[in-house]
Design a protein around this ligand. Structure first.
Ligand code: AMP
Length: 427
């Protein structure tokens, strides 16, 4: 029987990578809570209709990329392909709309899309996201954009540009949509079925085209900012002024449209300059003042972002800026079988004073034990051999200095702690 493998596109996050993930998660909590955002966790499985309505038929996510199945009760359910719809559903389900507004929320968790796997694109990936729901003030757009930038900065992800655009709202978007159709109409027959479908359903997405042959037509397309109504133009100007005030540099990008239908006004992405091709978006977001109504609730303005954690980690790996796994501080070797219980006992005492301690089990030569101890990276090794066992002592070895002292077993914790501290201070 061939050995079993994971589902294609779904990865194991391994011990060497997870310290970087955990650091990014800690920083996510920091940047969110510093701005008054509270954590929320929504179910990974939601009614399929939540996404087909919120994300919208005609988008790649809904048409091709959802993990949808029928559960034992005959309901159609879907592994979440994004979390904004879930957070908005939860906001109303839990009555958060009756609290003082806006409600500031953040989340971190797995997201699922059935897309073609490649570096930086997985079928299970993690998103850190924030949503500020219940307020239309452009200050919130600024707060959210600046927070994403802060997370990347603190995480050490460098070479990032903030791409910014405004795609209008229900008042001005229809005119822009029509202008786009006018622009693309003479070319659409030559552009293939995907573009033709976008032309019908959502011509804004034609600006997203990856087809090099379409590039000249796409770059000559009208810009959404030229079609903004007064209210949207004012909002956009306020967002830009706010970003200037808080010192976030951005690049106005008239081609930036969000793949999801409920976005209004502000659209932004964080691009990593050194991640290649389509996988260079580290995250993105925008305003989605139209989503609540799509889900059957009263109109409710909101703004948020979703950052791709996998891609942030990838950027750090490429820059050689990952976080190493912490080595044990003490490695205890029961050099004879009879020393096992004493080694366990000592390890317990070391852990009680907070030292990361590993016991080298297994009947092996002292040399082989020492090789493992060396590889573990522990600055202190404590050896209990036959002689130590008989005398009630332990050999405490400073791996940095290569010095070893025999101490009474009662003093082994203190002696080990001194060695660990000396190594930490580099003295
Ligand atoms: P989106 O909701 O498509 O804007 O996604 C937000 C962010 O999630 C993107 O900017 C990516 O960083 C990340 N992302 C989206 N799809 C994937 C994927 N298949 N694999 C890894 N990261 C992804």
């Amino acid at each position: 029987m061939p050995p079993l493998k994971s589902v294609p596109g779904m990865r194991d996050l391994l011990p060497h990578a997870l310290p970087t993930w955990r650091r990014l998660r800690g920083l996510a909590e920091d940047v969110a809570e510093l701005r008054g955002y509270a954590p929320i966790e929504t179910p990974i499985l939601e009614p399929t209709e939540l996404f087909s309505r919120a994300v919208g038929e005609g988008t790649d996510v809904v048409d091709k990329e959802m993990y949808t199945f029928t559960d034992a009760g005959g309901r159609s359910v879907t592994l979440r392909p994004e979390a904004t719809a879930s957070v908005t559903r939860a906001y109303f389900d839990a009555g958060l709309h009756q609290q003082p507004q806006p409600v500031r929320l953040y989340y971190w968790g797995p997201t699922f899309r059935y897309d073609r796997p490649q570096a930086g694109r997985y079928r299970q990936f993690f998103q850190f996201g924030v949503e500020a729901v219940g307020e239309a003030d452009p200050g919130l757009d600024v707060e959210v954009i600046e927070m994403g930038r802060d997370w990347l900065d603190r995480g050490g992800v460098t070479g990032v540009s903030v791409e910014l655009n405004s795609i209008g709202d229900a008042t001005c978007r229809p005119a822009y949509r029509e202008a786009l159709r006018e622009h693309f109409r003479p070319h659409i027959d030559a552009m293939g079925p995907v573009a033709q479908r976008r032309f019908e359903l959502n011509p804004l997405r034609l600006l997203d085209s990856k087809d090099p042959a379409a590039e000249p037509v796409v770059s000559a397309a009208p810009s959404p900012v030229d079609f903004l109504c007064d209210a949207c133009a004012e909002h956009y100007a306020a967002v830009k002024a706010g970003l200037d005030a808080v010192g976030v540099e951005y690049r106005e990008n008239p081609r930036l449209v969000r793949g999801l239908d409920y976005y209004t006004r502000t659209a932004f992405e964080y691009w990593a300059e050194d991640l290649q091709g389509a996988q260079n978006a580290l995250g993105g977001g925008g305003r989605y003042d139209g989503l609540a109504e799509v889900l059957g609730h009263p109109p409710t303005p909101a703004v948020g972002f979703a950052m791709g954690v996998d891609r942030a980690v990838l950027a750090l790996e490429r820059a050689g800026a990952t976080v190493p796994a912490p080595p044990p501080q003490v490695y205890v070797i029961p050099a004879v079988v009879a020393a096992r219980t004493r080694a366990l006992d000592l390890a317990g005492a070391l852990r009680r004073v907070g030292l990361r301690t590993v016991v080298g089990f297994g009947e092996r030569s002292l040399k082989s034990h020492m090789r493992s101890a060396q590889k573990s990276g522990a600055p202190c090794v404590v050896i209990i051999g036959a002689q130590e066992l008989a005398q009630g002592t332990a050999a405490v070895r400073d791996m940095v200095k290569g010095e070893q002292t025999e101490v009474n077993i009662e003093l082994a914790v203190v002696a080990a702690a001194v060695v660990v501290e000396r190594a930490r201070l580099g003295s």
